[in-house]
Design a protein. Structure first.
Length: 529
């Protein structure tokens, strides 16, 4: 029966071409790397905010490790994320600068219950509120992922609360990350949790479909048929063999995973920390640390088509002892030894923050480089992927969400422009790089840091193009469809032009009391190829 089913279309050359086209066109994917607390913006951004990029433009910046891939980079400049916390309740809700920001970052929805008291420590309204709608990863996965869910990997151990969670499957419903070891099992088992059938096991090891039903096909060939049909059967067998091997199922085996350093031993090592070290920078092999192993698993998941929506979430409140840093990353972002908003500068705070920025940039470069090393059809895996490094805010002391640092790599099958920095706000080539060194630049404790004033951030009148539009770009690139109102809708047929409740951060004030409004619908056309 298997052989007959495989051979059934052999009488139709139209079916042959359809199957070949379906198998050989690579899928499009989204891989997100998310980090917290922003960066030292005036060291992060290239001076050029609009125009073609060269490797020289990245030299001397945090993004220097990405210079080898500059032709495949896209730097969307001038974008603002939603729901910014301010001391005077001028641009968002008054819950908590991290709670409302992380909950709104990928949802563009306010959080509930609301607070209008920015300095209140009421536990119910400061740390517990959750968004009133799902996040981007779930909206996309509902239409393009096999089971309607994204693949979310969280690096490092520990729980995740409303103050740091970014993935929400529905209103006020936090979505947990998947254990790294479970993903490894899924991949090396060809995406199945339970026992594999003998045929499925052989397919997972790279045996083609034609091999699995060869006896049935040989029986079929003994039937009395015309020479023309016999020739067509041979041609169909050859086509089937070529196209099933073109998918590369051998990569989804233990042997294929090992090529990427994704062995059971390395995965187990990546889930353990070393004494006096830290999990992220723990060396698993001579060339890979724990963070790299997580990235490699994400790449393997993309290569094996386990899921087209993949999120890598780096931990919040982290101590990078492996980088010689003994301060919590959250405290450091405030230039202090605590999580307060004002105080004497921690000596060397900026230097330590630059070390962390450099580490993240190198991890993203590792991810991009690996995707760019893997052949897929007539291009690279990176070329069929939108790989994006998002940071939860711009400057960690100002907690500002305008002038957001976003790094995008890969054209997603030719959808996005690459090799460019694109200022989607006003198109100018000299957009501000921010003021992150306004405080604490001398590296001593003689200076005072003040996050309430937001002077380390970017002027709030600049770089305010809504992030909602970029999300529309990503959804349209992966084939997400919308209803007649432009909002994502399973079964829709229109282009996505709307996402979230608001696209203006001021509308978030008081938490959802303003009518839902998207002031600037559509995607950023300037980001299109």
């Amino acid at each position: 029966m298997g052989g007959a089913c495989v051979a059934a279309p052999f009488l139709s050359s139209v079916a042959e071409r359809a199957v070949q086209a379906q198998v050989l066109v690579p899928p499009k994917r989204l891989i997100v790397m998310y980090t917290d607390y922003g960066c030292i913006t005036n060291r992060f951004f290239p001076v050029k905010s609009h125009g073609p990029l060269s490797a020289a433009d990245l030299q001397g910046t945090t993004l220097a490790p990405l210079a080898p891939y500059v032709d495949k980079l896209l730097l969307p400049r001038g974008i603002r994320a939603m729901n910014e916390w301010t001391a005077k309740l001028s641009r968002g809700q008054g819950n908590d600068m991290h709670t409302q920001m992380s909950s709104s970052f990928f949802t563009c929805q306010p959080v509930t219950p609301n607070s209008d008291e920015p300095f209140s420590f009421n536990q119910t309204t400061r740390f517990a509120p959750m968004p009133v709608g799902p996040s981007l990863d779930h909206v996309m996965a509902k239409q393009v992922s096999p089971d309607g869910l994204p693949l979310c990997l969280k690096l490092a151990s520990g729980g995740e609360n409303a103050q740091s969670a970014i993935s929400w499957s529905a209103a006020q419903k936090r979505y947990p990350a998947v254990n790294l070891n479970r993903v490894f099992t899924l991949l090396t088992g060809l995406g199945q949790v339970g026992p594999l059938t003998p045929d499925a096991y052989q397919a997972a090891r790279g045996k083609s479909l034609i091999d699995l039903v060869r006896n049935d096909l040989n029986t079929l060939q003994r039937f009395d048929m015309s020479r023309s049909d016999r020739n067509k059967l041979e041609a169909w067998k050859q086509l089937l063999d070529e196209t099933t091997r073109a998918v590369g199922p051998a990569s989804c085996s233990a042997d294929g995973a090992a090529v990427l350093g994704v062995s059971q031993a390395n995965v187990s090592a990546a889930l353990k920390s070393e004494p006096n070290g830290d999990l992220l920078t723990t060396r698993v092999t001579d060339s890979l640390d724990s963070a790299d192993i997580h990235a490699n698993v994400a790449v393997l998941a993309a290569l094996c088509n386990l899921n087209p929506v993949i999120f890598l979430r780096f931990p919040a409140n982290y101590v990078f002892r492996g980088l010689g840093i003994n301060q919590d990353s959250h405290n450091l972002s405030h230039r202090l030894d605590n999580a307060g908003l004002t105080g004497k500068c921690l000596p060397g705070a900026l230097e330590m923050l630059l070390k962390i920025d450099d580490y993240y940039a190198r991890k993203f470069a590792h991810l991009v480089g690996l995707l760019n090393d893997i052949d897929e059809a007539d291009a690279k895996l990176l070329d069929h992927t939108a790989t994006v490094w998002f940071q939860g805010q711009s400057d960690g002391l100002a907690h500002n969400l305008n002038n957001l640092p976003i790094v995008h790599a890969g054209s997603a099958g030719g959808y996005f422009k690459t090799g460019w920095s694109v200022n989607v706000d006003d198109g100018s080539p000299n957009l501000s790089t921010g003021n992150s060194e306004f405080y604490c630049a001398d590296g001593t404790a003689t200076d005072m840091a003040n996050g309430v004033e937001q002077r380390t951030g970017t002027d709030p009148t600049l770089a305010n193009a809504p992030i909602n539009k970029y999300y529309c770009n990503l959804m349209n690139a992966l084939g997400v469809k919308a209803g007649t109102d432009g909002f994502p809708l399973a079964g829709g047929s229109a282009e996505v032009t709307h996402f979230g409740m608001y696209d203006k951060t001021e509308d978030f004030i008081h938490g959802g009391t303003n009518p839902p409004t998207i002031h600037d619908p559509g995607e950023f056309k300037a980001l299109r190829a």
